[in-house]
Design a protein around this ligand. Structure first.
Ligand code: TYD
Length: 207
C-alpha cells in the first residue's frame, strides 16, 4: 500500500472527535492529502449497518450478532473505501477500527479475544493499521473532566464498570502491540494532546 493507514481509538469522552478535527486541520494546513472516515459506517452500506447496531430499539441484539455486524461494516468500508484510497497514496485516518471490537466486544462484553480475532480474520484478514493513536485517559478522568457523573446513580455506575473494562482492554491491546499502538496521554489541554500526536507521527515518518 502506498498510503499510510492510521486509526484513532479511546474510551468515550476522551476528546477523540476534537483531536480528529484538529489533526484534520493540521493536514489541511500542511497540504498533506488525506481521507477521514469512521467506524461503524463510513460507506453507504456500512452506514446502514451502523444504524442497525446503534438503534436503541434493537435491544434484543445478541453480543455475537453485534460483533459480526461490526465486522461486516468493517470489511465493506475496507474494500470499498480504505484500500482504494491507500493504493492511490492517500493518508487514511479512521475513527475507530478493529481495536474497538477487541476493547468493547472481546474485553468489555466478554466475548473473548479468540472469537473477535477469528471473525476479523475471516472478514478482513486482520488488515492492520500502520499506527494507532490510543488516547489514553481513564473513564473516571474523562467523566470528571466532563463535569462528573452522579455517583449515586446506579445506572451510571454500571456504565462506569463497562467503560472501565473497555479501558482495561485498550491497555492490554497497547501492551500487546507496542510497535503499532501509540499511547498518547490525553489528560492535558486539547492543544497539548494535539502536539503529542503530531510529534509521534512525525517521528515515525507518517507526516
Ligand atoms: P459513536 O457514536 O461513533 O461513538 P464515538 O464517538 O465514541 O466513536 O459510536 C460508536 C460506538 O460503537 C462506540 O460506543 C464504540 C462502539 N464500537 C464497538 O463497540 N465495537 C466496534 O468494533 C466499533 C468500531 C465501535
Amino acid at each position: 500500500m502506498k498510503g499510510k493507514f492510521i486509526t484513532f481509538e479511546g474510551c468515550e469522552g476522551v476528546g477523540k472527535s476534537r483531536q480528529l478535527a484538529m489533526f484534520g486541520e493540521y493536514l489541511e494546513k500542511n497540504g498533506i492529502a488525506h481521507y477521514f472516515t469512521r467506524e461503524p459506517g463510513g460507506e453507504p452500506v456500512s452506514e446502514k449497518i451502523r444504524n442497525i447496531i446503534l438503534d436503541k430499539e434493537n435491544e434484543s441484539m445478541t453480543d455475537e450478532c453485534e460483533a459480526m455486524l461490526y465486522a461486516a461494516s468493517r470489511v465493506q468500508l475496507l474494500k470499498r473505501i480504505i484500500k482504494p484510497k491507500l493504493e492511490s497514496g492517500t493518508l487514511v485516518v479512521c475513527d475507530r477500527y478493529f481495536d474497538s471490537s477487541f476493547a468493547y466486544q472481546a474485553y468489555a462484553r466478554g466475548l473473548g479475544k479468540e472469537f473477535i480475532a477469528k471473525i476479523n480474520d475471516y472478514a478482513i484478514k486482520n488488515f492492520t493499521p500502520d499506527y494507532t493513536i490510543f488516547l489514553n485517559l481513564s473513564p473516571e478522568q474523562a467523566f470528571k473532566r466532563k463535569g462528573g457523573v452522579d455517583k449515586g446513580d446506579r445506572l451510571e455506575l454500571s456504565g462506569m464498570e463497562f467503560h472501565n473494562k473497555v479501558y482495561q482492554g485498550y491497555l492490554e491491546i497497547a501492551k500487546e502491540n507496542p510497535e503499532r499502538v501509540i499511547c498518547i496521554d490525553a489528560s492535558g489541554e486539547k492543544w497539548e494532546t494535539h502536539e503529542k500526536i503530531i510529534k509521534a507521527l512525525k517521528e515515525r515518518g507518517v507526516i
